[in-house]
Design a protein. Structure first.
Length: 156
């Protein structure tokens, strides 16, 4: 039987358990018709590139499927009928990779990195705009009025 990868996006106001229930529903549809879900990954609540049905975020789920084309067509139909599913995309693939997907490996690497300290700030940059007392840099020193605008000062 052919192999497929199916990614669907569920609305952001449903819970992770409801997303798992949608995946379970698809699994039962496939097993009734002789198919099998070989891989299942929950990618989490992620931001969308643009609004879809007034949603800015969505729950992503990846399914690696071994099923007949008719069973896959029925699973896609069920996903399309579900009101909680914003989008779904199914691709036919040559082999299901058992390793974690790139999304999960990248998220794991980000957690391992220490994102707190990014080095010292350069002096005088990224401040609130208030002058600190005793700042002796040239741009903050008071200048005589005639240096600022020669037309103001001077005798006539």
């Amino acid at each position: 039987m052919p192999l497929y990868e199916c990614v669907f996006i569920a609305r952001n106001d449903v819970t992770q358990q409801q997303v798992d229930a949608i995946a379970d529903q698809i699994t039962t549809v496939l097993t009734e018709q002789g198919g099998e879900v070989k891989k299942r990954e929950y990618w989490g609540l992620r931001g969308l590139a643009y609004k879809i049905k007034k949603n800015r975020k969505g729950h992503y789920m990846l399914l690696g499927i071994d099923a007949s084309p008719a069973a896959m067509q029925e699973a896609e139909r069920q996903l399309g009928l579900n009101e909680d599913v914003l989008r779904e995309m199914t691709l036919r693939i040559e082999a299901i990779d058992e390793a974690p997907s790139a999304i999960l490996t990248r998220r794991g690497e980000e957690r391992e990195r220490d994102r707190g300290f990014r080095g010292p700030r350069p002096p005088g940059r990224f401040t609130s705009g208030r002058r600190e007392r005793g700042d002796e840099r040239e741009e903050f020193r008071a200048r005589p009025r005639d240096e600022v605008d020669p037309s103001i000062g001077g005798e006539e």
